[in-house]
Design a protein around this ligand. Sequence first.
Ligand SMILES: Cc1cc2nc3c(=O)[nH]c(=O)nc-3n(C[C@H](O)[C@H](O)[C@H](O)COP(=O)(O)OP(=O)(O)OC[C@H]3O[C@@H](n4cnc5c(N)ncnc54)[C@H](O)[C@@H]3O)c2cc1C
Length: 598
Amino acid sequence: MALKLTDQRDIDFVLYEQFQVDAFLTSDKYKAFNKKMFDMVVKEAKNLAVKEIFPTYTECDKVGVSFENGMVKVPECLRKPHKLLVEGEWGALTESPDYGGQGLPFTIAQAAMEYLTGANYILTTYPILSHGAGKMIDLFGTREQKDLFLEKLYTGVWGGTMLLTEPGAGSDVGALTTSAKKLDDGTWEITGSKIFITNGEQNLTDNIIHPVLARIEGAPAGTKGISLFIVPKIWVNADGTLGEPNDVICTGVEEKMGLHGSPTCSLSLGSKGKCRGFLLGSPNRGMEIMFHMMNEVRLEVGTQAFASANLAYMHALDYAKQRLQGRSIEKLADHGAGQVPIIRHPDVKRMLLKMKSYVEGMRSLIYYIAFCFDKKEMAADKKEAMHYSNLVEILTPVVKAYSSEKGFDVCVEAMQVFGGYGYTREYPVEQTVRDCKIASIYEGSNGIQAMDFLGRKVAGNKGLMLTELINEIKSTIRIAESNENLAQLAITLESALILFETTCKNTSNAMFSKHMASAFACAHPLLEASGDIIMAWMLLWRATIADKKLDTKESAFYQGKIKAAQFFIMTIIPAAMGKLTAITYENNPAASMEEHLF
Ligand SMILES: Cc1cc2nc3c(=O)[nH]c(=O)nc-3n(C[C@H](O)[C@H](O)[C@H](O)COP(=O)(O)OP(=O)(O)OC[C@H]3O[C@@H](n4cnc5c(N)ncnc54)[C@H](O)[C@@H]3O)c2cc1C
């Protein structure tokens, strides 16, 4: 049996049964499309992923990148699929056709990206970063800047990056020292050093556009004084032709645990005093602008971790069906009984069902955010648009942090299903573990995500975002509780939701008291428990749909949805309630732990 890259049926379930994306076709925005066109895009993505991208996943890991005399070479196997991604304009699915896009809904683009990212997420870092850089220019650039850069970035013809991190400025971006000085011709001279820059130098594209955070001389300290500059690797003339190489030098490439096909570069800007850039937007608004790219990339990072987890789960499921080992539990005493596939053992079923429920819950959550983006775009009025925007805001740190941690756990669990073979390079699950780990560290470490969740999202706007999220969860609970098969699950989730709401409110109140440090010491456990509740919500939502279809010819598929919800709500939610109860937002020992006591 050939390995399935992902679960096409479950993607269709999420698109058309859970989020009913075909209803978008009645809106003015998408009236030029039909369902056949949506399906065609996903099918094309699948073909590209299976035939051209997936075969490069292990090879690019083995070959890795090389660095010599300031030049970086990426694994050659990436060249053809990268070219196909660019030619097919896969990076710009949701963008305007004026700039190389196709104007599709985000939810459909997410399905296509699940295939492409799942096949080799190291490859898709290239177009994703190009798109993110393009989006900022689209939102904040001048007409000239858009004309120069937008189409090339959206389509991935040119590479894109994001230059925030410096040796002394990682999580604390405001500590950066890269500086900018205005030149007579209106461009800016940039001087500084950046580290850990994904795809900062590579030989796949003719040019690379670096969005760089820097401080204009004399600007205030901290994040308030940061501006954003567009710094091309090769200067782009006013007529769009390429000019001289800019003074951007790659000084090194990291040796790292995973992501071997993606160079993580140190870049020196202006070591010869000749690095030039364009200011994007107004001076000192750099962080605000960069947040547009950061939020987009945070969702992508959640998708990367989900894609690794999904791939690891697909491998584990495939292996568990084939690997013969041990007798069935019913025939333990029968020494003549033959070996059975390990999928028959209750402990292996437990691991697989756990993986299935996390993977399917994460899929729904990630598509839900895309769905909220679409609903915001199609909103009838400002109030409705704000509602969906609030949901995106509060769920973004959850997708980034929860998916990266649970995605990693799923990869580790998949390795366990493989036994000793999982730990060897003969099978690809160990690569998923190595590649997935970075997701909890980069793009704002999960500790920073947790602080954002508590400080800005739960406590922000007088708790409005939290209330709107809780109301959405309650509406699914109301549907489930009227259904005999799901009523108990609804009751359990509702108890957890009540505890969640109280804990969120108590922790955010503590933030404004003398217990502020205790509250922040609980930010990560709170985010993790929130992720559990949100996952349970997604799985219960799926179960309410599946429960109506148990008598159809796809009964087994729908029963699988009910089992996933049962497993999660019966085994993970009680533990989540324990986590919530353990949140010590006052007098937390971690907050009062003095350095010298360690
Ligand atoms: C493979 C890879 C690719 C990367 N790609 C890019 C890129 O393309 N562009 C880019 O700009 N950067 C990139 N980075 C950098 C990455 O975003 C940073 O490593 C990350 O933001 C953390 O910064 P740091 O490494 O300096 O760790 P630190 O900031 O020193 O953090 C160390 C630990 O302390 C915690 N911590 C720090 N400050 C606080 C605080 N105030 N409150 C609570 N906890 C705190 C963190 O959560 C973390 O656990 C990449 C890194 C890697 C490894």
